[in-house]
Design a protein around this ligand. Structure first.
Ligand code: ACO
Length: 326
């Protein structure tokens, strides 16, 4: 079989802002309590960016950690893809700001907007450059300041989200074209724009001229999440030529412990194979998958050579999954 170039994850990094907000803290702002939040979501606490921290600052910290893990410097980077719903500015892209703050050379840098599915979408976009020889050292970053989109009078949404950033370095690696290769080996992406009303932000530059606040029909989103994510997991595994049962670690978008458990139950996955950080981080949208990956590696569960399945659903609705051998 002829050699095939794959996009190999050679470094992983994470960053969480210092400020921690507990469920008890939130109970002083809205009519809620720790018991309700824990029972319905599994969330115990979340991190909140400082007032003077922009999302690019979070992204830069995660990127520095990922580059150090890969043994690379900012000068090696020739592609930056940032998945974010909460950019510093309407333009330029947060990726361009990250490029400047890191001190990278001129290269390719742009953002991907697929809300909570952003990291999965960004991985496949970056793969299009790395696997085709257009980039030798790519940073794929999921970074969010979701707390800036909250309506702090809406207890149905403001308890669910947090801030943070995670990043991976992708480099080309030659494989045999089988699912034993290291790298991104399969994916499935979906968007259904007819479901916009279930989860959206009610502002934007070409409509209200404001940033807006997050609006959600939580129980409807929940119902679609389990069905849609399960379908994408099966489709991505088929594209990669692996069985769902062969996957070593499921690294899901961390929206709600009940969604994680629902998908695992529907697909017959042992919950011990699911990396969960939702209790500590809440929903950090596009950042949640690389944050969970970093945690799984840091605590020694996820190792080089393991078969990983990352999956997500978010506003759009968007959803998808990708299969990566680490
Ligand atoms: N504290 C206390 N009570 C609350 C709170 C709160 N923070 N929020 C809502 N309630 C109340 C409601 O007002 C309602 O009261 P009522 O019966 O008197 O009217 C009651 O709890 C039940 O409300 P529901 O919305 O039906 O509760 P549900 O069991 O659906 O849980 C939740 C709500 C947690 C939002 C759930 O629907 C969910 O997790 N949905 C998925 C949403 C999600 O994760 N979105 C993230 C973006 S998309 C993604 O990442 C997949």
């Amino acid at each position: 079989m002829s050699a095939v170039v794959r996009s190999v994850v050679t470094g992983v990094g994470a960053y969480l802002p210092e400020n921690v907000v507990t469920n008890h803290d939130l109970s002083k702002i809205v009519d809620t309590n720790d018991e309700w939040i824990m029972a319905r979501t599994g969330i115990h606490k979340r991190h909140k960016a400082a007032d003077d921290q922009a999302v690019s600052d979070l992204a830069v910290e995660a990127a520095r950690n990922a580059l150090a893990d890969a043994g690379k410097t900012p000068h090696d980077v020739d592609l930056i893809v940032v998945a974010t719903t909460t950019p510093d500015l309407t333009f330029p892209a947060t990726a361009a700001i990250v490029q400047r703050k890191l001190g990278c050379n001129v290269g390719i840098a742009f953002d991907v907007q697929a809300v909570c599915s952003g990291f999965v979408f960004a991985m496949t976009v970056a793969d299009g450059f790395v696997a085709r020889g257009h980039a030798k050292c790519a940073l794929v970053i999921g970074a969010e300041t979701m707390t800036r989109l909250m309506d702090w009078t809406d207890r149905g949404t403001c308890v669910l989200f947090g801030d943070g950033a995670g990043a991976v370095v992708l480099e080309p690696g030659e494989g045999q074209g089988t699912n034993a290769d290291r790298g991104l080996i399969g994916f499935a992406l979906r968007t259904d724009g007819t479901k916009q009303d279930l989860l959206y932000v009610d502002g934007g530059p070409s409509t209200t001229g404001t940033v807006g606040k997050l609006r959600m029909q939580g129980n409807q989103v929940f119902r679609h999440a389990v069905i849609n994510i399960s379908e994408a997991v099966v489709a991505a595994a088929a594209h990669a030529g692996v069985d769902v049962a062969d996957v070593d670690w499921f690294i899901p978008h961390q929206a709600n412990q009940r969604i994680l458990a629902g998908v695992a139950h529907r697909l017959g996955i042992d919950e011990k194979k699911v990396i969960s950080t939702v209790a500590e981080h809440a929903n950090t949208s596009a950042a949640s998958i690389p944050l969970a990956l970093a945690e799984g590696i840091a605590d020694g569960r996820v190792k080089r050579g393991d078969l990983l399945l990352m999956e997500a659903m978010g506003g759009g609705l968007t959803w998808g999954a990708c299969v990566v051998r680490l």
